[in-house]
Design a protein around this ligand. Structure first.
Ligand code: BGC
Length: 756
């Protein structure tokens, strides 16, 4: 029976008109009506996702696999593709499925739009340093607008993995180490990507990933094992995922890792008990790239057939590039090994997302050549890229107020490979960013309006030898110091040296773990050489993870952390260096003093021996401090803020009653500044020990010079709740401390009680 696409739509629309009033139930009814027409094989097809193996605008390659895949698309056996991009290519691919398959069901096109499609915004870790979730909502909505104009329906973002280990290269993709900040950014990014209505052509379905605990890989090595307690899983890892669900996220992605020996991909506790059970998530779950197939390598499934069985039973709805579902599920159902109801549920979830996206109304509506020309990389998008970059910068040091630099009368030497790098600012996971399309540091300084200093540039130190790409390993320059001499001469004659140090963009991202996060190559040696002839060094630190700075942190006059700030990098950096904008970012992740401190994070537990004693028998290192170089939440401004003591409206609250904590923050400098006022708590005694500090609120306030603002926070027992020893989310009565301050270390303190 061949049913035309139009007829199918009419049938589903009629059903809607007759039986339902709410959009969700109408979509459920439409899904049901389509499912009734589907064979088992076709349902399994919907659970199968392939990556584009050929250019859709050109001929398919000759190899047999691709020919087979082409035939599978035509016969409705491919529910989704990833990495097909562009209006024309997506239209062509869609046509293959819609015009040839029996039921004409459209495919859904996914892509990793992580921090922009072609216009690049700061890497997510950098953007989190803005402590401005609304900004992330704005940049995600622009990324969605660009991607959807190029035929993309679904982004594999946001990555909401909490990570405490800067050795892990994928730390750049998330919002850092804190579950509260991470939750705010998770929700904002979901809202930004998905907008008001998924069926709007300028929105895309979001995907909360990687479920779960991928950021806790042992020793920071990507894809490695995770062994995490249920307590930490629930209190630290899961909150941003829950926030994504509450924000209406359409999909989830599994993680590559095992947790306690069980692959996330087949983890019924995560997927069925928590996600689809307790949280009642109605969307779909996609595996990570071949994570179903990799269950064989993990040593859990004997072959791909068993992997398919375990994953579908576990709650994984779609198999990305694993070919386990498409090759084995039909047989498994026919043999009575897998219950067909599981296939039905997974298929219904996939179809639901397609209905929500409006693909059944018009499968080509996102592939729009006009929009592709107008909506991508336009001046408005670039303006937001610049704004988001500026807001992501964190001023780590500013001795003698060397920053901001004057706009005239100075001779400034700009140095370092990264200062002229037009590619690293784009970061890793850069979707369709055009190679070398970012504004470099040196270009930005030269572009800056009103900047009349004498600006000289020399590379001085080369960071990378050879290829720099997403797929290959980098080779660091550890031998060639031939640029040092000229740089030294230039530094001698200059008032100030602006030295760009840090990481190439392909030092972080997937598969980019490091055991040593100190500055690579000859950067440290180069710094020392320049320092000998001119100590007025302003370091522009461009990196995708926290780095170990060693004595550069003591010697440099100023350090401006800029992360990988995206397309408008250099312009934004220059605007901040020369004072058009004051930095206001705060670290979303701790910067260690030395490598061996990793993983290091502010919200740790107290040990039984936390206090320093005169002997050695307390919890410490004998060769380094326990403290990070820069703590979570840290960041300076071009002005200074004084905090009053905390005023509490009561010293005791009952469940359901609000507690108000207020401080007066005074701008004691001589220019306007923006401060992120942070509130932390400590639950002193609980059924299971609580962290020494936990972020529970923050407010970003702009205060004119000399003025004060009262900043207030409201806390209730809900903010004090945690996953306790009885596995319940609840607050426990008792004594609490509340802290308010400029970062997680420098805080004012007060106490209160929670009573029944
Ligand atoms: C990554 C995912 C990504 C997927 C598709 C995997 O290797 O872990 O984050 O979405 O590839 O590109």
């Amino acid at each position: 029976m061949v049913i035309s696409f139009v007829l199918l739509c009419l049938m589903t629309n009629n059903l809607f008109a007759k039986n339902n009033s709410s959009p969700t139930s109408s979509i459920d009814a439409k899904v049901d009506s389509v499912m009734k027409l589907m064979t088992l094989k076709e349902k399994i097809g919907q659970l199968n996702q392939y990556a584009s193996a050929w250019e859709m605008t050109g001929p398919a390659p000759e190899n047999a696999n691709s020919q087979k895949e082409l035939e599978q698309i035509k016969s409705g056996m491919v529910g989704s593709m990833l990495n097909v991009t562009g209006a024309e290519a997506t239209r062509k691919a869609q046509k293959l499925a819609v015009e040839n398959s029996r039921l004409h069901i459209p495919m859904v096109f996914g892509y990793d739009v992580i921090h922009g499609y072609e216009t690049m915004f700061p890497i997510p870790l950098g953007e989190a340093a803005s402590w401005e979730p609304d900004l992330a909502e704005k940049t995600s909505s622009i990324a969605a607008k660009e991607a959807s104009a190029a035929g993309i329906h679904w982004t594999f973002a946001p990555m909401v993995d909490i990570s405490r280990d800067a050795r892990w290269g994928r730390i750049m993709e998330g919002a850092g180490e804190d579950p509260y900040l991470g939750s705010q950014f998770a929700a904002a990014r979901v809202k930004g990507f998905q907008g008001e209505n998924l069926s709007d052509v300028n929105t895309v379905a979001a995907c909360a990933k990687h479920f779960a605990a991928y950021g806790f890989v042992e020793a920071g090595r990507d894809y490695n094992t995770v062994d995490i307690s249920d307590y930490t899983l629930n209190n630290v890892v899961l909150p941003p995922f829950k926030a994504a669900v509450d924000a209406g996220v359409a999909s989830f992605m599994n993680a590559f890792n095992l947790i306690g020996g069980v692959p996330s991909t087949m983890n019924t506790y995560l997927l069925r008990d928590i996600l689809k059970g307790k949280w009642q998530f109605g969307g779909m779950v996609v595996s990570d790239w071949n994570s179903v197939g990799e269950m064989v390598n993990h040593g859990v499934a004997a072959d791909k057939a068993e992997a398919a069985k375990l994953a579908i039973e576990g709650g994984c709805d779609m198999d990305m590039e694993g070919r386990c579902y498409v090759d084995h599920l039909e047989q498994l159902v026919n043999d009575g090994v897998v219950d067909e109801k599981l296939i039905d549920d997974a298929c219904a979830r996939v179809l639901k997302m397609k209905f929500e996206l409006g693909l059944f109304d018009d499968p080509y509506k996102y592939s729009n050549d006009e929009r592709e020309k107008d909506d991508i990389m336009n001046p408005e998008n670039l303006a937001v890229a610049r704004e988001s970059a500026r807001k992501s910068f964190v001023l780590l040091k500013n001795e003698s107020d060397i920053l901001p630099l004057k706009k005239s009368g100075l001779s400034i030497a700009v140095m370092g490979e990264l200062a002229e790098d037009k590619d690293s600012p784009l970061g890793s996971w850069r979707a369709k960013a055009i190679k070398n399309s970012a504004v470099s540091v040196i270009e930005g300084i030269k572009n800056l309006k009103g900047q009349q200093n004498d600006i000289q540039f020399t590379e001085g130190v080369r960071l990378i030898d050879g290829e720099k790409s997403f797929r290959s390993e980098l080779t660091f320059n550890t031998t060639d110091s031939s640029g040092f001499e000229a740089a030294r001469e230039m530094a001698k004659k200059s008032d100030v040296v602006v030295l760009a140090l840090g990481e190439n963009c392909f030092q972080t991202g997937e598969g980019r773990s490091q055991t040593n996060i100190s500055l690579k190559g000859l950067q440290k040696q180069f710094f020392d050489q320049i320092y000998k002839v001119n100590p007025n060094i302003v370091v522009v630190l461009m990196n995708g993870r926290p780095v170990v700075l060693g004595d550069i942190a003591d010697k440099a006059k100023a350090i401006l952390e800029v992360w990988q700030p995206g397309s408008e990098a250099g312009n934004a950096i220059a605007e901040v260096l020369f004072g058009d904008y004051a930095p206001s970012g705060k670290l979303p992740v701790s910067f260690p003093l030395v490598n061996g401190q990793e993983p290091i994070y502010y919200n740790h537990m107290s040990t039984g021996r936390a206090k320093a004693t005169e002997d050695v028998f307390w919890s410490h290192y004998t060769d380094a401090s326990n403290e990070p170089l820069y703590p979570f939440g840290y960041g300076l401004s071009y002005t200074k803020f004084d905090y009053s003591d905390i005023t509490l409206n009561k010293n005791q609250i009952k469940f359901g009653e609000p507690l108000r904590a207020s401080v007066d923050v005074k701008n004691v400098g001589d220019r306007e500044g923006t401060e992120v006022v942070q509130l932390y708590i400590h639950d002193l005694f609980a059924s299971a020990a609580r962290p020494v500090k936990e972020l529970k609120g923050f407010k970003k306030v702009t205060i004119p010079a000399g003025e004060s603002k009262t900043v207030s926070f409201t806390l209730t027992d809900k903010d004090l709740a945690f996953y306790n020893i009885n596995k319940e989310w609840t607050a426990e009565p008792g004594d609490f401390k509340v802290f308010v301050g400029t970062n997680s270390r420098d805080v004012k303190e007060a106490s209160f009680k929670l009573v029944k």
